[in-house]
Design a protein around this ligand. Sequence first.
Ligand code: ATP
Ligand code: MG
Length: 468
Amino acid sequence: MQVETTQPNREMPEVPSYAMRVVDALEAAGHEAWVVGGWVRDALMGRPGHDVDVTCSSPWEETERVLRAAGIEVHQTGVAHGTVTAVVDGLPVETTTYRVEGAYSDRRHPDEVRFVTDVRQDLARRDFTVNAMAYHPRRGLLDPFGGERDLGLGVIRAVGEPRRRFEEDALRVLRAVRFACRLGFSIEPATQEALVACAGELDAMARERVGAELDGILASGRMAWALRHEFAVMAAAVPELAPMAGFDQRSPYHAYDVAEHTARVCAGVECACGGRPSQALRWAALLHDVAKPACFSLDASGRGHFFGHPEEGARVAGRVMGRLALPKSMTREAQALICLHDLPVRPVAASCRRMMSLLEAACPGRGRALAFALVDLKRADALAKAPACRGYAVELDAMAARVRAEVAAGCPLTVRELPVGGDDVIRERGLEPGPGVGLVLDALLAAVLAGELGHGREELLAELRMGE
Ligand code: ATP
Ligand code: MG
């Protein structure tokens, strides 16, 4: 079959040779095969490095036979959708038969998958123009929907009629936002209108798929953009965010409503220390003030307060992140950061050690790493308040230096990390084994954290003897 393409000229990066082995083996057997999806999009943007997906005219059984005959390992990873995964030099190449999808009566799974013979039909079922291009090094770029133009314009545009495409599969609403964030694009107006109209359908989507898309939006580092430009979508995905919009804090400490403050904190943690924040920190930034509207009270002078919002926020975050099936360890870390985001900390040893030990108690083994994350969250939070509060950010730089010094000095954060143990207490104090031993160790740790005692073994043994 002949398909029209642009010239195979172009300054395209080379398709990696391991993927070309799959394409070439299929074509040598008389089938047609193209590279599709994310690799083509990213390569046109000069960002190769994406895994390579292949689409082909052969039915999956034939694809499997041809590739095996060419000495390629094949796994049946999604044969109901025509997908097998070839493994070449240890690298996977998802290889899928040209297909279209039938009706979506449940708005998330096509009722049927129909295999087709024309690659253009396969491209037409894809979500956005920039994702609906096929490429072959000898035949060039096949781009029936103007994906290359849209890459140039920097827009995410639905393939076909936007409303119908989002009604078929509401997850595309979040995918649109994720790609806009990741690529730094805007969303084309008709696509945007359909997006908002269909956002409510996200409610019916599988929670873990919504969670994965939100995690992807956070990983793009542009959640601030999503909150400012796509708040309705974000609130449809996480209804707990909805009350933040326009919520006036009625406080001299705050120059913005809770939603704009949160957007600023999300942007702030991206700048923190010039590094990539952890996903737990990103989730904490998004949800740190989620409970503010629920915890709001006004005092006699008409000033707003939010007593208990960090603890309540941590509870809400646990509920939200659990519902979205996000990893438990990341959820626990985000909760610890949210719970402690308003903890008063000063840039002195005792205060920093206390912060680290609280984090260690919440997330064993993670207290030190989380202390840096908490400083980053607190700095982003301070910088997103009223101008008068921003001076605290300078203190936070001193705090980060203090935390580094404490980590370097090997300060223990838990009883188990103390260089003395129960046996030492029993021997030096002449105690019977029992709860009293633990109390002595707790007191020793408290004295170490407060800076009243050093943490050398000899010093602690001497203290045990003296306390007798
Ligand atoms: P990345 O993997 O970098 O997030 P990608 O473009 O490879 O980006 P995938 O989710 O891996 O995205 O999907 C591969 C391709 O399959 C997409 O480029 C798109 O053409 C198509 N696709 C994926 N999900 C959908 C969907 N829900 N609706 C329509 N097409 C989709
Ligand atoms: Mg992909």
